[in-house]
Ligand binder design. Structure first.
Ligand SMILES: [Fe+2]
Length: 282
């Protein structure tokens, strides 16, 4: 099987899950997400197992360290390694965060890019550079942020400008919209409606941490809450049903419990899917 299509529901694949998942890969998961930087340095058994997995299943790559908005130069060698990884596993889509995580060294956190015209121009030329090397469109995710340094435009205007001017595609994270809408006091549905339907390749949904009533932290460490499920329904109403992946990085329950939330995504998709599921192909 080639990994040219994304549809249905997805789940992140971590190295420690592989032994639990093989040989009976859950058929309810339609596609899997891997972080290339967690796999590129590995050899032997891990590569063999991943190859087995990617041959049999649909995959998307979700990077952690591209750092598209960083003041540091792009790490061209790293981008070339990502391209080799994508080609080797026949993965069409590589998504990353519309943020940065380096600047004079790695920061291991997602930092907000200033919402300015200058930053739009800067990010757009870097996206084009990455797309030229990858020979694929880059897919950028709307991220959660907790400060907006030097803000000249809204998050919505900034996100739309980067998407339109760079020609990249979008990973729509509904939990990030929810978290940001509370932390920065805006209308989550209005933001959602403004996003370009024709650019959404797939979506993320996740749980978060309630620090206070007005401060939510995007942890991926809890179950998805009801208002976020409702926002996913709204997203399907507005944009059509798109492939959607459950993110869970901390307090990870057994796979059978994770699959209950995956099934819930599927049920919502079926509720809104009067036509064929939205599907991206090469
Ligand atoms: Fe996400």
């Amino acid at each position: 099987m080639t990994t040219k299509y994304l549809s249905g529901v997805g789940l992140g694949l971590r190295r420690e899950m592989i032994d639990e998942l093989l040989p009976d890969i859950p058929s309810s998961v339609d596609f899997w997400e891997v972080a290339p930087e967690n796999w590129i340095p590995l050899g032997g058994k891990f590569q063999k197992n991943l190859q087995h997995f990617t041959k049999m299943n649909n995959f998307v790559a979700h990077g952690l360290s591209l750092s598209i908005g960083s003041p540091d130069p792009l790490d061209i060698n790293f981008v070339k390694e990502v391209k080799t990884f994508l080609d080797q596993h026949e993965i069409l889509y590589y998504s990353e965060h519309l943020s940065y995580c380096s600047g004079n060294g790695h920061m291991y956190d997602l930092m907000p890019i200033p919402f300015t015209e200058e930053a739009v121009k800067y990010v757009v030329q870097r996206v084009k550079q990455v797309q030229d090397i990858l020979e694929r469109p880059l897919v950028l995710e709307n991220v959660s942020y907790y400060a907006a340094p030097g803000q000249e435009m809204s998050e919505q205007e900034f996100t739309l400008s980067v998407l339109q001017e760079s020609g990249c595609l979008m990973l729509l994270d509904v939990n990030n919209i929810y978290v940001n809408s509370i932390n920065h006091n805006y209308d989550a549905e209005a933001f959602l409606e403004a996003m370009p339907s024709n650019k959404i390749v797939y979506g993320h949904i996740a749980g978060h941490y309630d620090e206070t009533d007005t401060l939510k932290v995007d942890t991926h460490g809890a179950d998805v809450i009801e208002p976020v499920w409702k926002l996913l329904e709204k997203a399907y109403q507005v944009h059509g049903v798109f492939p959607t992946l459950l993110e869970r990085d901390f307090n990870i329950p057994p796979i059978n419990e994770l699959l209950l939330e995956v099934d819930k995504i599927k049920q919502i998709q079926q509720k809104f899917c009067t036509k064929k599921l939205k599907q991206y192909s090469a």
